[in-house]
Design a protein around this ligand. Structure first.
Ligand code: GLN
Length: 519
């Protein structure tokens, strides 16, 4: 590649923004960027970030981007930028597996909305990223194909990248790509972003169309971008957002120009903002339930340090309460499996998915196809979901959970009367050791409990962003800061994160051996 790609000190060419500038100034081409990404992806295949790479299709798209630029018809900041999609998005021409044997080799006749929109913006898709099966999990250990490995692991001691968008986070953290797509049902963008030291945003439910996303829990699933910086996330989210008539829950709202908002020196919600204190008067609520005993001390310390930076930028920290936070776990683990059990009923070996060989009758066709096609975690969710929806238990579990979900929404609305944003940790711990074999399914509850800080915003449908807050003092592993906002306020999250990133260097920290561009 070109000479400047080795300048890791400036983080050159590892962000969308840098790549775009290099393309716009003619320092590099989309084909060169694409080739460099493909070389890095091949060199680091052992990280397990990818389930499928299509070099030929990517280079064809890159050549088309270069041709557009040469004729003065470049389409904007994403034109020519290599990226990849979580394998939960269906893609024409590349297999779409959702991380499951059930869909092994499945070729979709169409592209998911967000895939289509990013391609339309000129981005070059190089492949499909590893994830937990049907996005169920927080470790990527539940991928039916292979685990993804956190690039912050010490040699010989693999750590989880988080999940379910584990491959999406690994690809960015290891500088294989500047940006990827992910999905977040209960934290699957924010938690892997935190554990891998990158930035990710789950927008308001309804902001990005779900058309072409393999459904897990339809009332919770949202697409979003993952990248090194808030600016890069804004660039992708801009292209991914907006009404799509093919998704009945897609919001018919205009999409703000987030990149223009980020160019504003002072935060729109900061009534006393100045050049020195751009967050002047912005109230950031700290829910006491997010700062309790269950949080690792090093996570707490890094979170506090990031909050102190926000304060230096003028933000006012206010104590708030989200009293139903502990209930988010039981509520989510009733509602999400209930919806999953219904969504996954279509995988019966007839309409979709793996079909068992030579069944004796129809009943055996269904049973064996599903038994063979689904992994342990997915089966666990289907059983939980079927149970809470069954006659006699529906009122006791599902209906109760729906009522409590409403109360979690109310908690947030009460909190937003006192503050503009809410902040706290993303995950109570840094990345844990990766389990393999039988150990993967030894203690599912432990992973469910670790979702406590991401589930509330998911259940309420609110936007949430995770950004790097430095490394834990004990482990040296990344810690994420979570920012949440009221409905449709993604701009506020992106702006606050962008300002923080302009004043700190946490988002530029790279795991050893992955600094700068490897090509
Ligand atoms: N970890 C959560 C779960 O296993 C969240 C998954 C997600 O957001 N897709 O359900």
């Amino acid at each position: 590649m070109t000479s400047f790609s080795s300048d890791s000190s400036a983080g050159l060419l590892t962000s969308v923004q840098d790549q775009h500038q290099a393309l716009a100034s003619g320092q590099t081409s989309a084909v060169e960027l694409c080739q460099a990404a493909l070389a890095r992806i091949a060199a680091h295949d052992d990280l397990g970030a990818f389930l499928h790479v299509d070099a030929e299709a990517a280079l064809t798209a890159a050549r088309a981007s270069d041709a557009r630029r040469a004729s003065g018809a470049a389409r904007g900041v994403l034109d020519g930028i290599p990226l990849a999609h979580k394998d939960i998005f269906v893609t024409r021409g590349m297999p779409s597996t959702a991380g499951s044997k059930m869909l092994d080799g499945y070729l979709s006749p169409f592209d998911a909305s967000v895939v289509e929109r990013l391609a339309q913006a000129g981005a070059v898709s190089v492949g499909k990223l590893n994830c937990d099966e049907f996005a169920m999990g927080g470790s990527n250990e539940h991928s039916a194909f292979r685990p993804a490995i956190n690039p912050w692991s010490a040699p010989g001691q693999p750590l989880i990248p988080g999940g379910s968008s584990g491959g999406s986070a690994v690809a960015v953290a290891a500088r294989l790509l500047a940006a990827t797509t992910g999905t977040d049902t209960g934290g699957s963008i924010r938690q892997p972003a935190a554990l891998c030291g990158i930035t990710g945003i789950k927008p308001t439910y309804g902001r990005c169309p779900r058309w072409g996303m393999v459904a897990f829990a339809s009332s919770l699933d949202q697409a979003g971008p993952m990248a090194q910086t808030a600016w890069d996330c804004a660039a992708l989210l801009q292209a991914m957002s907006g009404f799509d008539e093919r998704d009945a829950t897609s919001a018919p709202l205009p999409v703000p120009d987030w990149l223009a908002e980020l160019a504003q020196p002072v935060h729109a919600l900061a009534p006393r903002g100045t050049a020195q204190q751009p967050l002047g008067g912005l109230r950031i609520g700290l829910p006491k339930e997010f700062f309790g005993d269950g949080v690792q001390p090093e996570v707490l310390a890094a979170t506090q340090a990031a909050l102190a930076e926000l304060q230096r930028l003028g933000a006012e920290l206010v104590d708030i309460a989200l009293p139903r936070t502990p209930l988010a776990i039981p509520v989510y683990y009733i509602i999400a499996p209930a919806e999953a059990s219904s969504n996954l009923s279509r995988f019966d070996g007839v309409r979709y998915g793996h079909r068992a060989d030579s069944p004796r009758d129809l009943a055996e066709l269904y049973t064996r196809s599903r038994t063979e096609g689904f992994g342990e975690e997915v089966k666990r969710r289907i059983m939980m979901g079927t149970y809470v929806l069954s006659h006699g238990y529906y009122d006791a579990y599902y209906l109760q959970a729906q009522k409590l979900r409403r109360m979690i929404v109310d908690d947030f609305q009460a909190a937003f009367a006192q503050c503009d944003l809410i902040a706290g940790p993303v995950s109570p711990t840094v990345a844990r050791a990766l389990h393999t074999g039988e150990a993967v399914d030894s203690d599912p509850l432990q992973d469910y409990l670790a979702d406590i800080f991401t589930l509330p915003a998911s259940l309420a449908g609110l936007p949430g962003l995770s950004l790097p807050a430095g490394l834990g003092a004990q482990s040296g592993l990344p810690v994420g800061l979570q920012l949440m906002a009221n409905y449709w306020q993604e701009g506020a999250l992106l702006h606050a994160a962008h300002l923080l990133q302009q004043h700190t260097g946490w988002h530029r920290l790279a795991p050893a051996g992955f600094e700068g561009s490897a090509a």
